[in-house]
Design a protein. Structure first.
Lengths: 132, 132
DNA sequence: TTTAATATATGATATTTACATATATGTGCA
DNA sequence: TGCACATATATGTAAATATCATATATTAAA
């Protein structure tokens, strides 16, 4: 999800990610899915979209999973697949469960910051909203 | 706000930003403050912490303000200061007000994704929470 | 005169994301 | 057989963003 800006000084257009993205938000989403049952990258891609509302770049997802294994939050093993290429199946670890818990806690704080901004916005633009 | 990870394969430690950060979240916070009255970088730094709960790196803040001016969301003028160095005073523009509105809208979506994750977490770990 | 607070700015580096591309297996079909 | 397509994993490159350090200058206070 990207959108385009126009530079005011030289007129060139440039691209940026859509506003509101939480850095590495996909990681607790992956961990929550894996806490229910082990899975592999391609399947997680579909579940992330349908169950978590997260459209992810598949290349990024595979790199993220390898990094999460480096971090000790998941571990992986190859599993045979009769109806297609073999799969690298990921399982959540105790450390992964602990990070998931701390991530939910951090997101509570993020949520508070969002609400603080939205409340301030509502208060500042109350009259304009009333007139609409 | 940063925290430290330990690499599981080589034992090296490395640093990352704290979890839960929203990319460029400081920008709508700045715009909301400027929608109330024009201000300058150093003063915004203090207001961002006390009114918005956002501790910002001052170097990053000045660079962000210059970028926001490039984007057309604010404009700046130098103003004399008898009790210290002169200040670059920023004023919000109509485009800035429009971006603030769209940012609040995007953050509503971000908020939904956070709540979706937190609800899923609560449901998955209900028993553990009950036993604590 | 030296220190601290105020005030703005940039250089270097690390991290994360976006987009493109490479590789390989199994299924269906013409 | 040859081809397209879905499945499946992975990496190369570049852009965007954040972190940390540092530079510069003014005013006031110790």
């Amino acid at each position: 999800m990207i959108f385009t800006y126009m530079c005011k000084t030289c007129g060139c257009s440039f691209r940026s990610r859509d506003f509101g993205n939480i850095e590495r938000f996909v990681e607790p989403c992956i961990l929550l899915l894996l806490s229910q049952k082990p899975s592999h990258g391609y399947s997680l891609m579909e579940d992330l979209e349908h169950k978590c509302g997260e459209k992810v770049d598949i290349g990024n997802l595979y790199r993220t999973l390898r990094r999460m294994e480096m971090d000790g939050w998941v571990k992986s093993d190859w599993s045979k697949n009769e109806s297609g290429p073999d799969r690298r199946t990921y399982t959540i670890t105790q450390e992964g469960l602990e990070f998931l818990k701390s991530a939910v806690s951090s997101l509570t704080h993020t949520d508070e910051l969002i609400h603080r901004l939205m409340e301030g916005y509502k208060e500042a633009f109350r009259k304009e909203q009333a007139s609409v």
